[in-house]
Design a binder for this molecule. Sequence first.
Ligand SMILES: [Zn+2]
Length: 504
Amino acid sequence: MRVYVAGVQHESSSFSPIPTSLASFRTVQWGRVPREATFGVGYGEACELAASMGLDVVAGPLSDAQPSLPATASAWASLRDGVVDGLRDALATGPVDIVFLCLHGAQMADGVDDCEGELLGLVRTLAPQAAIGALLDLHANVTSAMLEQADLVVSCREYPHIDYDVRAEEMLPVLIDIARGATRPTTAGVRLAAPGIYPTTEPPMLDFVRRFTEAQSRPGVLAVSVNHGFEGSDHPDMGSSVVVTTDGDPELAASMAHELAGAFLEVVRSRSWRGPDVPTALDEAFAFEGRPVVVADRSDNAGGGAASDSTYVLEELIARGARDVALALLWDPVAVRLCHDAGDGARIPLRIGGKAGPQSGRPLDVFAEVTCVRSDAKQALFGKGEPRFRLGRSAAIRLGGPGGIDVVMNEYRQQVFSRHCFSEHGIDPVQRHVLVVKSTQHFMNDFGGAGGGDALAAHVVRCDAPGTMTPDLASLPYVRIRRPMLGIDPVDELGIESMSIAPR
Ligand SMILES: [Zn+2]
């Protein structure tokens, strides 16, 4: 059997201050770059796994970019056509039995709400007989078009997203069976007007993931996915969802999707949406006796489209004369450049942060000691495995003298995944009283020990600073989403809506 593996990934935020062009994307191809560069979101994993199962692997491109505004129409057309042209080339040299696409599920472009649905439709037209599978991020806003065009749509189920390899392992045998005609996939999807942040490292989602993972092993069930949805996408299909695929049993698929959606609603209702504001969060952190305490500045998470240059937390730390604290990653390429020009050990006046947009707060004028400049620092994607994710040029500065506030700034906008953001710059995170990380939840695999490793954090505080990723969804200028929506409108009774999936 021949399998074509490719992908495009972008989580598009209608509220991001960062534009998205073709230059925003990085493209790799399995077999043409070091294998490690293709790992993390299931693409390299699927290629290697398929090869190990004896499949003939044709690798197309995988392109990905940091979350930001919907891409320009021309950028999307180029990325989309890259995947489609790769498939066309593969078909020119022989039949393709399986198409395995690594997508996000919340990708938008100018004039296109549902990039994944459009791409899957083109792939279906080109290879109507192939078994088509799509591996998504659980922050997908799943659409009817995606479920109509693909045979199997599966999302990662852990947040932090550490299970792409496991999902790929589950998908490939199912896709092989579909291609052989041994299995006839039937999918049901239900949508809930309840997007949100649902960490799977703690109850109640910890228990719910276990529950629907068990449900997947019921007779006749091929796959179960629970999508949290991505609240930054301002279009009518934004929301969370449950997707169930069975072997030729549409009633079972529908009943299980509704059953699990009902259970997911209980989870949604039982969690609180809001965390403390900046002063309250810092009070809590500095009052805690153990160390380190991790304060998550989740509203400025680059992984959801924020600039990662906001200064709300840092301004408060400076105003308090805080000691024994380190903050990462402040995205400020200009300040990084100045630090590199000044060099290690320099003491310089510097204006940092607060540049990208109104959600960034005020730029801060500080007097800084440059403590470390690097051009090769990396961190571990999702806090998993070796540090391979490049920070670009980076610089650590110290404010307030020894024992004061260390700030790590970098050039390639990204959230904090792992402790390397600190340790690569000579900052021992274990020794600090308070660590501020710009991230919502992915930091938890390393700092919180969610991946089975040692927990670094003695305590975690999730802080609600102002910002692009504010959990106060009612404050965002939505225009096109369906209403009412949990977290935005007063909702007494949340509905479960069956998605219509037209037969092919
Ligand atoms: Zn995600």
